[in-house]
Design a protein around this ligand. Structure first.
Ligand SMILES: NC(=O)c1ccc[n+]([C@@H]2O[C@H](COP(=O)([O-])OP(=O)(O)OC[C@H]3O[C@@H](n4cnc5c(N)ncnc54)[C@H](O)[C@@H]3O)[C@@H](O)[C@H]2O)c1
Length: 280
C-alpha cells in the first residue's frame, strides 16, 4: 500500500461514496484525516470508522461552496494535527439535470458553486499551509463528464471540465512550491450520487455495466485507490494530470455509443439533484 505515514489529509465529500472510501483508505495508509461534508451524521460516522486505523480522524461540517467554511476546514486540520499535506477535493452533486432550455439559472449556479467553486476554494486555501511544510498534494474529483459531453448533464459537464483545466493551470502556478495538483475522472461508480432517489436502480446499473468495456460498475474503493496513489510520494513526478478511472468507458467508439444510452437515462430524471444524502 502507498504510504501516508505522518501526513495530514482533508477529504471533502468524505461522508459518502468515494470520499468515505478514501477517508478509510488514507487513514489505513497512515494519515490523520479531516472528513469534511455537509452531511453531519454520515461524516461523524466515517471519522469514527477511519479512526479504527489507529490514526485520529475528525469530522468538520463544511459546505465546500462557502469560503468561510473552507477556511474553517483548513483551520481544523492545522489546529488538530498541526499541518496540511493532502487535500482531496471530492464533494459533488449531480446538480441541474435535464434539457438545457429548462435549466434555471439558480440551479446552473448552484451546480458550478459546489462542483467547481468548491475545488477552487479547496486549492486556494490549501496551498498556503502546504507551502509552509515544503510541499503537498491536491487531488480533485472531476468526471469523464468533464472530458466528453453528456446530453442532459450540461451544468455538471461544464463544472467538471472546469475542474480538469483548473487542475492544469493551478499545477503550473504551484509546481515551484512542490505542490502537485492532479484530478481523477471517474466513470460510472456505484455511489448514492448515481442511485439516490432513483426507483430504477437496476436498469441504471445495467446501463453502466454495458457502457464500461470492463463490464464492471466502478466501486468507491477503485477511486480511493487512485486518489491514494496521486496523493502519495509514488506520484512525485506527476502534476497537472487527469487520471481516467472508468473501466474503458472513454476508450473508443463502441463505448461511446453505449454511453449515449446512459446519458439518456439521466436526462429528464429530475430538475435538480442536490447532496445525495438528501435525495431519499
Ligand atoms: N458516482 C459516479 O459515478 C461519479 C462519476 C464521476 C464523478 N463523480 C464525482 O465523484 C465525487 C464523489 O461523489 P460520489 O459518487 O462518491 O457521491 P456521494 O453522493 O456518495 O458523495 C458525495 C458527497 O459530497 C457531499 N456534498 C455534496 N455537496 C456538498 C457541499 N456543498 N459541501 C460539502 N459536501 C458536499 C455529499 O453530502 C456526499 O457525502 C463527486 O465530485 C462526483 O461528482 C461521481
Amino acid at each position: 500500500m502507498y504510504d501516508l505515514k505522518g501526513k495530514v489529509a482533508i477529504i471533502t465529500g468524505g461522508a459518502s461514496g468515494m470520499g468515505k472510501a478514501a477517508s478509510v483508505l488514507f487513514a489505513k495508509a497512515g494519515a490523520n484525516v479531516v472528513v469534511a461534508d455537509l452531511n453531519v451524521k454520515g461524516g461523524k460516522d466515517v471519522a469514527e470508522l477511519a479512526s479504527e486505523s489507529g490514526n485520529k480522524c475528525i469530522f468538520q461540517r463544511t459546505d465546500v461552496s462557502d469560503e468561510g467554511d473552507v477556511k474553517a476546514m483548513v483551520a481544523a486540520a492545522l489546529e488538530n494535527f498541526g499541518r496540511l499535506d493532502i487535500t482531496f477535493n471530492n464533494a459533488g452533486i449531480g446538480g441541474a439535470v435535464g434539457p438545457l432550455e429548462d435549466i434555471k439559472v439558480e440551479d446552473w449556479d448552484r451546480t458550478q458553486h459546489v462542483c467547481l467553486r468548491g475545488v477552487f476554494l479547496g486549492i486556494k486555501h490549501s496551498v498556503g499551509p502546504m507551502r509552509a511544510v515544503g510541499g503537498g498534494a491536491i487531488v480533485s474529483t472531476a468526471s469523464i463528464a468533464g472530458i466528453d459531453g453528456y446530453n442532459g448533464l450540461h451544468a455538471y459537464c461544464a463544472a467538471k471540465a472546469g475542474v480538469v483545466n483548473l487542475t492544469r493551470s493551478a499545477s503550473l502556478e504551484f509546481a515551484a512550491d512542490k505542490i502537485r495538483i492532479n484530478c481523477i475522472a471517474p466513470g460510472g461508480v456505484s455511489t448514492p450520487i448515481v442511485y439516490g432517489g432513483l426507483a430504477n436502480k437496476d436498469s441504471v446499473e445495467t446501463m453502466l455495466l454495458n457502457a464500461q468495456p470492463l463490464h464492471q460498475v466502478g466501486q468507491p474503493e477503485d477511486i480511493a485507490e487512485a486518489a491514494l496513489f496521486l496523493a502519495s510520494d509514488a506520484a512525485k513526478f506527476i502534476t497537472g494530470h487527469t487520471l481516467v478511472v472508468d473501466g474503458g468507458a472513454t476508450a473508443g467508439a463502441i463505448s461511446t455509443a453505449r454511453r449515449a444510452d446512459q446519458a439518456r437515462a439521466f436526462s429528464g430524471q429530475r430538475a435538480f439533484a442536490g447532496p445525495s444524502f438528501e435525495l431519499g
